[in-house]
Design a protein around this ligand. Structure first.
Ligand code: ATP
Length: 517
């Protein structure tokens, strides 16, 4: 390197893996790059080293944030400079996991309605710098992206699909892509017995929504630049998807939370109060807590007896998670019938390997990932995995308001929220719920007759101790039209342009490390 000088201090060094280099650009002697960007260079330096090139690379900042940094190398010989540029370009071309052509959907109305602006100002320039070409569709209505993916999109042209929006937009992309993949492969989504075909295209999420839970769970932060850089370097994070069925009919896919009782009631109530804006979640949460309704029914579940982890583990699912890698490779082909050994839980009924719990519940939650977010840093199930083919089924039985409050508060403290007599948690591959008053398919009819009015009055009165017969299922923020459902987990059905949450280095202060090749 004696013929080179980098524009960083002498005597310090920093190495960058080729996999985290975004691009290399040649610099004109007068300081302009061939792509039109300008850089100021000291005159003395340009005289001694008239040739130069700039390398753009990923730099880690605080709290899982990634930034694009540039370092310029100056050279005394033109041929040598060209050789470096050529070699780096060859190395980048050899990285076959990087996307070259992407299909981008922008929801202009998600979150603070900044989707278009975020994409144009923060993401598009990075994609251009990394020579990624894009076809961009700004959605015109809800389900535009889902329906386009399901039918019209020429998927063969692309290396991935990117959505600019929130969790609802991501859900649209998942539904469109998974449904299209099953249709193209002749798989019937209605049958829980069918093994779904994994999607080949990876999905990128540029966060521009209100909550961005999926970004928090897969990247560790909701930052558009960080997410764009994960797309550019071609990261790949497999993710499980649950399919939700009612009476052998497919209803929806879920990747994060399925919640009946408390979380279903909060969502149903908050939907009626959209006019309140984001404050409606706090309002409805408080109101639902006060109403303290419980729901009777039976939960049957197929325990995941062949996985390494449990919901009470202290370890967390992080980048390169051993458990996700292990399960993905060894067990993804298992049919539920292959894991029929009952776990060591003595007070459960077991029928054909299925556990059955009957009773009155304040909440029935299935967390397919930790569901951690700034409001609940540990999440509903802190040790849940992104891609181990299971979901954590959390049953909160009827208890006093005080005890339920203790349980809810533990989501924000270090204490174990499952260590309470009225809470049980099971890692499962499949489960079903049958409400007590609905052994057949009549719960919707019940909702539509006079009882609906009665139950609505009860719902709206915190003082009423009479619980309505039914709650609603909150499926990743959408209300399901049925209470009786059956759910199966499909191991690693989709892949994201992400790598899971990286462990933070001990010395987090990585601000502006000097860089040299
Ligand atoms: N052009 C559009 N007009 C109206 N609604 C749209 C449009 N495009 C997408 N949607 C719908 O808007 C809903 C919400 O969008 P999105 O998830 O992007 O933002 P959000 O709800 O604010 O964020 P989060 O889901 O993270 O809370 C989605 O369910 C999606 O189906």
């Amino acid at each position: 390197m004696s013929d080179f000088a980098s524009d960083v201090e002498k005597g310090t060094s920093h190495s960058v893996s080729v996999s985290e280099i975004l691009a290399v650009r040649e610099l004109d002697v007068d300081g302009g790059t061939k792509d039109g960007r300008w850089q100021k260079m000291p005159q003395k330096l340009t005289e001694a080293y008239p040739y130069a090139f700039t390398v753009s690379y990923v730099e880690r900042a605080r709290q899982h944030r990634w930034r694009c940094s540039d370092v310029t190398f100056h050279c005394s010989e033109g041929a040598l400079c060209q050789q470096w540029i050529q070699t780096i370009r060859e190395q980048l071309t050899a990285l076959t996991n990087r996307p070259k052509h992407l299909l981008v959907y922008i929801n202009p109305y998600g979150g603070k309605q900044q989707g278009k602006c975020i994409y144009e100002q923060k993401v598009a320039p990075l994609f251009a710098c990394a020579s990624i070409s894009t076809d961009v569709i700004v959605t015109e209505n809800a389900n535009h992206a889902r329906d386009h993916l399901k039918t019209e999109a020429e998927l063969k042209k692309y290396d991935g699909v990117v959505c600019v929006g929130g969790d609802g937009m991501f859900s649209e992309i998942v539904h469109g892509l998974v449904s299209r993949t099953q249709r193209d492969n002749g798989v019937d989504q209605n049958s829980l017995e069918e093994k779904l075909v994994p999607c080949t295209l990876r999905i990128g999420i540029i966060p521009a929504g209100s909550t961005d839970c999926i970004c928090y769970a897969t990247v560790g932060i909701n930052d558009p630049v960080t997410s764009a850089l994960h797309v550019i370097v071609g990261d790949s994070q497999p993710m499980d998807v649950c399919s939700v069925h009612h009476n052998n009919t497919f209803l929806r896919y879920s990747v994060s939370l399925l919640g009946y009782g408390f979380y279903g009631d909060v969502l149903a109530d908050s939907e009626r109060k959209r006019w309140m804006g984001p404050a409606r979640y706090d309002f409805s949460g408080f109101k639902t807590f006060l109403t303290h309704h419980h729901y009777e029914g039976a939960v049957s579940f197929l325990p995941a007896t062949d996985t390494l982890g449990t919901p009470r583990d202290k370890t967390r699912c992080r980048a390169g998670c051993f458990i996700c890698q292990h399960d993905g490779q060894l067990y993804s082909g298992d049919s539920p019938e292959e894991s029929k050994t009952a776990p060591d839980v003595s007070d459960r009924e077991y029928e054909m390997g299925w556990g059955v719990v009957r009773g009155k519940f304040l909440a029935i939650n299935a967390a397919s990932m930790s569901c951690a977010c700034p409001r609940s840093p540990k999440g509903l199930s802190p040790a849940a995995h992104l891609a181990d083919g299971t979901t954590d089924l959390i049953l909160v039985r009827k208890c006093s308001r005080f005890n339920f409050l203790r349980h809810l508060l533990r989501h924000t403290s270090k204490d174990d929220q499952f260590d309470m007599t009225f809470v049980e948690v099971h890692r499962v591959r499949r489960f079903r719920f049958t409400p007590r008053h609905c052994q057949n398919d009549s719960e919707l009819d019940l909702r539509e007759n006079g009882k609906q009015l009665f139950s609505q009055i009860c719902r709206d009165h915190p003082a009423c101790s009479c619980s309505p017969a039914y709650s609603s299922w909150n499926c990743d923020g959408e209300i399901l039209p049925h209470a009786a459902i059956e759910v199966g987990v499909h191991c690693q059905l989709i892949k994201l342009f992400a790598r899971g949450i990286e462990e933070q280095p001990l010395f987090e202060d990585l601000a502006n490390p000097p860089c040299a090749l």
